[in-house]
Write a protein that binds this ligand. Structure first.
Ligand code: FDA
Length: 307
């Protein structure tokens, strides 16, 4: 119930406007967001590199409703990628992007988002960066897969995200387990109806392990995106069973969440990539983090009251 309410709040424009203009809220979100400037994302990626970890940088934005917004989102990614050589991060960074940010929901949006994503892929290729397309709510998945297939014709390294909670994912994991296919597997952060998604934690975890098994047995590159110790342990077993070495797959976690575990895995020789969000449009991302863990909500409210 609380989770559903919060996930709905992530899309509430009035709450978004009030919260993002309110300095105390902005101070509290810094636990989960690297900063409001694209340069903050690069700085976080540099710090991670010093600690032997990798980054995937997300210039925050979603649910674009005007062509100008889609253009601005694309320009922000191009600016980020242009800053990679000076930051000493050539060949070391991935960027994560949301197709709704690039305009996929606008009239004629599939073409707009494809063109924008393509511009980003070209700029990424020039600095040795990879691109991963985030998964949004279930209504967007078919279009996302179509655009990924289009992009992969010229940029085979483009990755995509599968959400274990969706019923369709067992099949999608097979479809996307071919040679070189970069697939990030997560549980799923959206409030989906039971007609399309599992709702119980234990069922979602079981579906996660099943999809991970398909990806590890396949010929692609599995990216295990979870903070859940059970998922991490299951991935390690699957890696052993399928003869994969560290570097034939990777672990991914979110900025500010279980940082000790991120460091522990990296120190043990695993490839770890941290999802680094930056930018001013952080409301939706931030509220989904609150929804994942009620303790975050109390932390947030306490911090607000204390200020
Ligand atoms: P789970 O929620 O069971 O958490 C396990 C443990 O991790 C918790 O007990 C707690 O200790 C810690 N933890 C988890 N979330 C926390 C939080 N918010 N704050 C503090 N501690 C927390 N989703 C999506 O729908 N589309 C996408 O494209 C992506 N992309 C993505 C990239 C990466 C790199 C990650 C790690 C995750 C995503 N997600 C996502 C989010 C994902 O779907 C999921 O909502 C979260 O990762 C939480 O699920 P866990 O697997 O971590 O397990």
């Amino acid at each position: 119930m609380l989770r559903s309410l919060l996930i709905r709040a992530a899309r509430n424009e009035r709450l978004r406007a009030v919260a993002t203009a309110f300095p105390p809220t902005r101070a509290v979100v810094s636990r989960f967001i690297a900063g409001e400037q694209v340069a903050d994302g690069l700085t976080a990626a540099q710090r991670l590199a010093e600690e032997g970890m990798f980054a995937t940088i997300d210039v925050l934005g979603e649910d674009t409703t005007a062509p100008g917004q889609a253009e601005a989102a694309t320009a922000a990614y191009l600016g980020l990628l242009a800053g990679i050589p000076a930051a000493g991060l050539v060949g070391a960074v991935d960027v994560s992007l949301k197709l709704t940010s690039l305009g996929v929901a606008l009239p004629g949006g599939a073409e707009i988002a494809y063109t924008n994503a393509r511009r980003i892929c070209e700029a990424a290729a020039a600095v040795g960066a990879t691109v991963t397309i985030d998964a949004e709510d279930h209504t967007t998945i078919d279009r996302m897969h179509g655009i990924v297939e289009q992009l992969r014709a010229d940029f085979p390294g483009v990755g995509l995200v599968l959400q274990a909670m969706l019923h369709r994912t067992a099949k999608d994991a097979v479809t996307f387990s071919g040679p070189g296919s970069r697939v990030r597997l997560c549980k799923g952060a959206y409030d989906e109806p039971a007609t399309v998604a599992l709702r119980e934690r234990a069922e979602i975890s079981a579906a996660y392990v099943a999809a991970a098994r398909t990806l590890f047995a396949g010929q692609g590159y599995p990216m295990v995106a979870s903070h859940d110790p059970e998922m991490i342990a299951a991935a390690l077993v699957l890696a052993q069973e399928t003869g994969r070495e560290p570097g034939d797959y990777e672990f991914q976690m979110l900025y500010g969440i279980r940082t000790d575990e991120q460091r522990r895995l990296a120190a043990a020789g695993h490839r770890v990539r941290v999802y680094v969000p930056c930018g001013t449009d952080w409301w939706g991302y931030f509220v989904r983090r609150l929804a994942e863990r009620p303790a975050n909500l109390w932390f947030f409210l306490r911090a607000l009251v204390g200020r």
